[in-house]
Design a protein around this ligand. Structure first.
Ligand SMILES: Nc1ncnc2c1ncn2[C@@H]1O[C@H](COP(=O)(O)OP(=O)(O)O)[C@@H](O)[C@H]1O
Ligand SMILES: [Mg+2]
Ligand SMILES: [Zn+2]
Length: 469
C-alpha cells in the first residue's frame, strides 16, 4: 500500500461499532479502522491523536495477545494517511452508515488509522472459488460473579447479558429480547452451545454478523434495511451446507442448513489447534465461584447442571473466558479499591502516569496486572493491579470472535511454507466440511475513568431487573 497514492475509490464501508468505523480494500485483504468521536462535542473534536491509536496497538500486542494467544490476535499497525484521502473517504462512506450510528463521526483530523488484515476473509489472500463465509460473534461475559462481592443475590443467578437484555428491550434499544445466554456458549457442552448459537443467529442484535466474501449479509435489524431475514440468509447459505440436495423442501432445507452451520461453528469454537482434545478446563475448583449456568437461559436446569465438561484448554472461548475472569471482584468489589486509588491520586496527581493508568501498555503493565498479591494488603499496588485486571477483563467481555469458513478442497491451493494446516484448522467430522480460521477483534483498552459509570450502569440494570421480575 503506497500511502502517498491512497485513493478513496479503492475502499468501501465495511462496518462499525460504537467506537470505531472500518473500511475494507476492494482488492487487498486489508481494512482500515478509524476511531469515531461524538458529533455533539464536535467543536473541540479533534482530540483523537496518534497516541490514542498507538495505545490501541500496544494494548492489543503487549497485553491482550499474551493473554488470549497470538494465534488469535492481530494487533495491526498505526498508519499516517493523507488528510485529503481521509476526508474524501469519510464523505464516500457516510451514506452507507446506519442512521442510528451517525451520532458519532469518523476521525478525519488526526490522519491516523489502524491497518489490519481483513479478518472476515481467510489468511494470506488464500484464493477460493466459493466466497468464504465469516461468522462474527460477540460473546459477552461468560461467568457469574462470586457471591462474596455482590450486594444483590440475583447477580449470582442470572448473568449480566440476560439482565441487561431486559433493560435494553424496556428502553427501546431492541424490539425483541434475545434468548442467547453467554453461559451456555462458554459451557463447553455441545448441546448448550448449539442452543446459544441458534438464539444468536435468530436474534442477532449487536452480537452476531455473517459475511460472505468479506461483505456483511446478515446482522441485527437495527442496521441498514438492506439486510436479509433469517430465511433468505439460510437459502443463500444452502450451496455451502446442502450441495446437491434439491429435493429437500424450503423449510426443511433451511432447518438443515442452520443445523449444519451451528455444528461447524461449535467445532471451530472448541478447536484447540490440534492439541490433545479432551483436556478440559474445570471451572473454579475452589468452590468460591458461582454456578456454571444462568437461570434466565431457557434450557432445562437438568441439562445445565449436569453438563459441565468445561472448555478444551486453549480453544478461543477458554482463552476469552479466563481473561474475563481477571475481574474477580465484580464492579462492586472493585469500587473501594477504585476509591482508594482516586484518593491517592488527589494527593499525588503525578502518580497517574507512573502507575500507568492511561498506559503505556507495555510489559510492565502486563506484569502489574498479572503479579497481583493474593490478599488485599491495603496498598496502592494492590488497588492498581485489581483496577488493571478489571479493565483487561472488560475488554475481553466486549471483544468479537471471527470464524472464517472455507469449504474443504478450496484450501488446497497452498504450497511450500504456507501449509494449509498452519493457516486453517480442519473440522473433524464427516458431512459437508470446512476449514476454518478463528481470530479475535476489538481489543481496545477501556478507559480508567469509565469505572464509576460502570458501577452506575450495573446498579441500574440490576435494580430494573429486580423491580420487573
Ligand atoms: N480486522 C478486521 N477485519 C474485518 N472486519 C473487522 C475487523 N475489525 C473490525 N471489523 C468489523 O468492524 C466492526 C466494527 O469494528 P470494532 O473493532 O468492533 O469497532 P468498535 O470498537 O466500535 O466496536 C466489527 O464488528 C467487525 O464486523
Ligand atoms: Mg465491536
Ligand atoms: Zn444468561
Amino acid at each position: 500500500m503506497e500511502l502517498d497514492k491512497m485513493d478513496e475509490n479503492d475502499w468501501k464501508y465495511h462496518g462499525e461499532g460504537n467506537k470505531n468505523l472500518v473500511v475494507s480494500h476492494l482488492q487487498h485483504f486489508r481494512v482500515l479502522r478509524f476511531l469515531k468521536y461524538s458529533t455533539e462535542d464536535s467543536e473541540n473534536a479533534p482530540q483523537t491523536s496518534e497516541q490514542t491509536y498507538r495505545h490501541i496497538v500496544d494494548f492489543g500486542k503487549n497485553i491482550m495477545s499474551p493473554l488470549l494467544g497470538d494465534r488469535f490476535v492481530h494487533s495491526g499497525e498505526v498508519i499516517k494517511l493523507p488528510l485529503e484521502f481521509v476526508r474524501q473517504l469519510s464523505i464516500k462512506v457516510q451514506h452507507k452508515r446506519p442512521q442510528w450510528r451517525c451520532k458519532k463521526a469518523m476521525d478525519i483530523y488526526s490522519g491516523c488509522a489502524l491497518c489490519l488484515p481483513n479478518l472476515t476473509l481467510p489468511p494470506y489472500n488464500l484464493p477460493t472459488h466459493t466466497p468464504p463465509l465469516c461468522i462474527e460473534i460477540k460473546p459477552k461475559c461468560g461467568f457469574l460473579p462470586s457471591a462474596r462481592h455482590v450486594s444483590r443475590d440475583i447477580k449470582t443467578k442470572i448473568c449480566r447479558f440476560c439482565t441487561h437484555q431486559r433493560y435494553k428491550v424496556a428502553n427501546g434499544k431492541w424490539k425483541r429480547s434475545s434468548l442467547y445466554c453467554p453461559l451456555d456458549l462458554f459451557s463447553g457442552n455441545k448441546q448448550r452451545m448449539y442452543s446459544a448459537i441458534k438464539h444468536l443467529i435468530e436474534e442477532p442484535q449487536n452480537n452476531c454478523k455473517i459475511f460472505k466474501g468479506g461483505q456483511c449479509i446478515y446482522e441485527g435489524n437495527k442496521g441498514s434495511e438492506d439486510f436479509q431475514d433469517l430465511n433468505s440468509l439460510l437459502q443463500d447459505l444452502r450451496p455451502y451446507f446442502l450441495p446437491g440436495t434439491p429435493m429437500l423442501n424450503g423449510h426443511l432445507a433451511n432447518k438443515a442448513v442452520l443445523n449444519d452451520l451451528i455444528q461447524v461453528l461449535v467445532e471451530a469454537l472448541l478447536n484447540n489447534g490440534g492439541e490433545e482434545q479432551g483436556m478440559r478446563l474445570e471451572r473454579g475448583g475452589d468452590g468460591e465461584e458461582g454456578q456454571g449456568f444462568c437461570e434466565a437461559s431457557l434450557l432445562t436446569t437438568e441439562l445445565k447442571r449436569n453438563s459441565c465438561p468445561g472448555l478444551p484448554r486453549d480453544c478461543v472461548l477458554s482463552r476469552i473466558l479466563h481473561t474475563q475472569m481477571l475481574d474477580s471482584l465484580d464492579i462492586e468489589g472493585l469500587q473501594p479499591l477504585y476509591r482508594r486509588l482516586e484518593k491517592h491520586l488527589k494527593l499525588y496527581p503525578g502518580d497517574r502516569s507512573c502507575l500507568q493508568l492511561d498506559g503505556p501498555y507495555d510489559a510492565a503493565f502486563l506484569d502489574r496486572t498479572q503479579k497481583c498479591p493474593a490478599e488485599d494488603d491495603g496498598s496502592i499496588d494492590y488497588a492498581v493491579a485489581k483496577v488493571h485486571q478489571y479493565r483487561v477483563a472488560l475488554t475481553a467481555k466486549d471483544c468479537s470472535v471471527m470464524v472464517v469458513l472455507v469449504p474443504r478442497g478450496e484450501d488446497e491451493g497452498l504450497s511450500g511454507q504456507m501449509k494449509a494446516r498452519d493457516l486453517l484448522c480442519s473440522s473433524r467430522s464427516s458431512a459437508p466440511r470446512f476449514s476454518f480460521s478463528v481470530s479475535i477483534v476489538d481489543l481496545d483498552p477501556k478507559p480508567f475513568d469509565s469505572i464509576p459509570r460502570q458501577l452506575i450502569l450495573d446498579h441500574q440494570i440490576v435494580s430494573f431487573y429486580i423491580e420487573n421480575q
